[in-house]
Design a protein around this ligand. Structure first.
Ligand code: GDP
Ligand code: CA
Length: 348
């Protein structure tokens, strides 16, 4: 037996341990619209506060996209872009600040449907640029990059796919009583998610491919963050793009999420109805179990719940997901930055 001491692993080979809450170099976020954008604002505040050299890549849901009046509208991409580019109407949470609605009124005066979809005059300019570029043959990812040149969101914003995917919801038509599939926007905006819904169907998903850079952003990330975005029609839709789940399973990066459900109810938004449609318990623990532990072919290594849900931490950990309870209200950028720091802490 040799008496030479066991060589400790070289410190040089190990990445330096960052101070708590200090974001690592490469973060990737799977985002919906409003909830995702607010989360990213907090993340950017944390990066600013810690002075860290971090690049953020956002993979955004495009299942909400819709063609209206000949225009391609991408609600979640635009919400993230306008919010981070300081062009959002903060009261409404979507669309442009200082908006006017002349075009919408004129279209309604012609009796052209749909009249329920909010298309502001300033916003229309974005959709005109996008539609023209798409018709000239540019993929949505290139169009998004071009639009972001103006807005400088401070993140790399990637559509989950360049292919056309549209989330539809099977509802009981309130007028005819018949069961039919409507675009998610019609369910959400026109019917306020108040009609009976039976299924959520992402049309076009089978043939969709991840957009350029999406799989690489998951593979090369230091941490993948799942904001409190809608688990069904935002995060769920991104996860359904063929190849994305496999990339999340394979990445060396921990995957950590934040609950959008606080207490027995959802936070602003209508996640409740959609979780019901897919048979998921409307609670922070219910959503964690629905996503599942990465160690058992699920999504998550870690899951933050709000302090009011502290009692469900042990249930979530029993499912193989690290969990902690911290305040999850995104009341301002600093509160959200603290929340993101806790998520990164959980990923360490
Ligand atoms: P959408 O595409 O505009 O619906 O936005 P997302 O899907 O990105 O996020 C919507 C979800 O964000 C809602 O269903 C809420 O559950 C969640 N959310 C909104 N505000 C807050 C908040 O302050 N804290 C937490 N934890 N979740 C929130
Ligand atoms: Ca959305």
């Amino acid at each position: 037996m040799s008496d030479s001491p066991v060589t400790p692993p070289s410190d040089a080979a190990r990445p330096p341990l960052l101070p708590p809450g200090h974001p690592p170099a490469r973060l990737t976020v799977l985002s919906g619209g409003v909830g995702g954008a607010r989360f990213i604002q907090g993340l950017l505040r944390l990066i600013e506060r810690t002075g860290s050299d971090t690049t953020v890549t956002v993979i955004a849901n495009t299942g909400d996209d819709i063609w209206v009046h000949g225009l391609k509208v991408c609600p979640d991409l635009d919400t993230v872009m306008y919010t981070l580019g300081d062009g959002i109407d903060t009261e409404r949470g979507w669309g442009r600040r200082e908006e006017t609605w002349n075009a919408k009124e004129e279209l309604a005066a012609y009796g052209v449907e749909p009249t329920w979809f909010g298309l502001g005059d300033r916003d229309i300019a974005t959709h005109l640029v996008r539609t023209q570029m798409l018709e000239a043959g540019y993929p949505l990812s290139a169009v998004t990059a071009a639009l972001c040149k103006r807005w400088e969101p401070g993140v790399e914003l990637l559509p989950m796919t360049d292919d056309r995917v549209e989330t539809h919801v099977v509802i009981d038509d309130p007028e005819t009583g018949e069961r039919r599939a409507v675009h998610f926007q019609e369910y959400w905006v026109r019917h306020h998610a108040e009609v009976a819904a039976h299924a959520v169907v992402p049309i076009g998903m089978d043939a969709a491919k991840p957009g350029p850079g999406v799989l690489e952003a998951i593979r090369d990330a230091d941490v993948v963050l799942v904001p409190p975005s809608n688990p069904v029609v935002s995060v769920g839709t991104i996860l359904a793009v063929p190849g994305i789940r496999e990339a999340l399973a394979a990445t060396a990066a921990p995957v950590v999420g934040v609950s959008g459900i606080i207490g027995a109810d959802h936070v602003h938004g209508m996640a409740r109805q959609l979780l019901g449609v897919i048979g998921v318990e409307v609670s922070a623990a219910g959503v964690a179990e629905h996503y599942g532990a990465r160690s058992s072919a699920g999504l998550l290594d870690g899951w933050l719940v709000d302090t009011v849900d502290g009692g469900s931490v042990s249930r979530i950990e029993a499912a193989g997901i690290r969990s902690r309870a911290v305040p999850l209200w995104m009341t301002d950028h600093d509160a959200t930055a603290d929340m993101v720091a806790a998520a990164l802490e959980l990923a360490r």
